[in-house]
Structures are given as C-alpha cells and as structure tokens.
Write a new protein. Structure first.
Length: 244
C-alpha cells in the first residue's frame, strides 16, 4: 500500500475524507513542528506513531501509521508483509514495557529481507513504546537512531510517548471515531450531559429529549462502547475522547 503524503495535524488535512476507512492508512508527515520540538529533547532519526483505540486499527495491524520514515521503506516493508514476521513488532504487541530492537534480535531470528531494508534505508535501533488501555496494547510510538538510545533517553521517550500518540491521532479520533463506533449525535449529546452529573431528567431538560429517549440513547451508547452501565459508558466515552 502506498504511503500518502499527508499530515493529519494540518487544519484542513481531513476535509476530503468522509469516514475513517477513507483516510490513507499510511501517512508520511515529513517536517513537523511537534516532532522537531521532541527531537530537541532526545535526538532521533525517525519516528512512527501507530494504532488507534478503535476496532481494526490497533497497533500491529498496519492500518494506521503516521511517520517520517522513508516512504520507500514503509512501502517495501508492507509489500513484503514484514509486519507479520518482524520480531520487534510481535514482541511489542504483547509487551507493556519499552521494547528495544537489539534485545529482541539477540533472542530471535530476523528475516534477511528486513535486515536488508534496515541497512538500505538506515533504520536502526528501533525502540518501541507501547500505548495501552488497561492491559490492551492498542498503539505504539517508535523511534529509530543510528546509535542506541541510553537509559535516560528511553525513560524520557516512554514518559512523552502517550502524549505524542494522543496529539498526532487526536484529529482522526475527534473527526471519525464516533462515526466508526456508530454513535449517533443523540447518544453523544446524552452522554456528554450525563458526564456533568445530570440525572436522566436533567439530561432531558438540557437536550430537549424525552426522559425515555435519554435512557434509550445512553443504553444503546453503552452497548456500542462495550460498557455495562451508564457510569462505565461515560468513562469510556471520555477515555476515547468522544466527549470532554
């Protein structure tokens, strides 16, 4: 799959797309002010931000990647389906801690094609920070550099990774996640008002819906969010940034 030259951090980057599935899955953002600022703290060659907390877009599936890695590297990597045999990716999918390429490579056989691409495009010392919801790894932020990162640098990258992942993926989540989950405007409105501590009667007054409609919307929203009650539904909607 070709890499699209799009930065979803640009204000109008998503204007031409009608839903999450229509957005290019592999996005090359080139020069980026946010990433450049991070490089001032810890120098690195390339960065890749992968995964969304949305079904079918999780890290390790290759369905959401924002990166400044060379597009030719990504295209060859995906065309050869290395994602599914890359020891580092496989180790990262089940790890809740930082995963370092050299540690994994010492323990597992590495496909020669992967090593060739890494040498060709100077993609070395990949270090992956998993992004979790509870115990589920849904995303990752990876960094590469010609020289290994030291312990202090890894500690800093681990601290900042979730904030970077959130900043980069937020435009997609804000624009499309509710639609992807098929939450209606009414369901979102009711959850939003309920998150303020309003009862069903209070939500009804604030939204103009009937109390029965409010309860129905919240119940259906909870089901879509995989929540067992109103409180869990609100918490899940906040965590997914569907309401604020």
């Amino acid at each position: 799959m070709p890499v699209n030259a799009i930065s979803i951090l640009s204000p109008d980057a998503l204007d031409d797309y009608i839903d999450l599935r229509s957005v290019p899955k592999h996005r090359y953002f080139g020069k980026n002010e946010l990433i450049d600022r991070l490089r001032l703290a810890v120098p690195f060659d390339y960065i890749f931000i992968s995964g969304l907390d949305v079904d079918h877009y999780r890290f390790g599936g290759g369905f959401s990647i924002d990166t400044d890695l060379p597009p030719a590297f990504i295209e060859a990597y995906m065309a050869d389906q290395l994602l599914f045999v890359d020891p580092l990716v496989q180790a990262s999918k089940s790890s809740t801690a930082v995963v370092i390429e050299s540690d994994v490579y010492r323990k597992q056989e590495v496909p020669q094609r992967l090593l060739y691409l890494q040498r060709t495009f100077a993609v070395h010392n990949r270090t992956i920070v998993p992004i979790l919801r509870d115990s589920t790894v849904y995303g990752a932020v990876g960094f590469t550099r010609s020289t290994p990162f030291n312990d202090d640098e890894i500690t800093f990258l681990a601290l900042i990774a979730e904030a970077i992942h959130t900043a980069v993926t937020k435009p997609l989540v804000d624009r499309f996640a509710a639609n992807h989950l098929r939450l209606s405007k009414g369901e979102i409105a009711c959850l939003s008002k309920a998150s303020l501590g309003l009862t069903s009667q209070g939500v009804a007054k604030a939204t103009g819906y009937q109390v029965e409609t409010v309860n129905s919307y919240i119940k259906s929203a909870a089901k879509k969010l995989g929540a067992s009650n109103r409180t869990q539904a609100i918490a899940e909607a906040i965590r997914r940034r569907l309401i604020v």
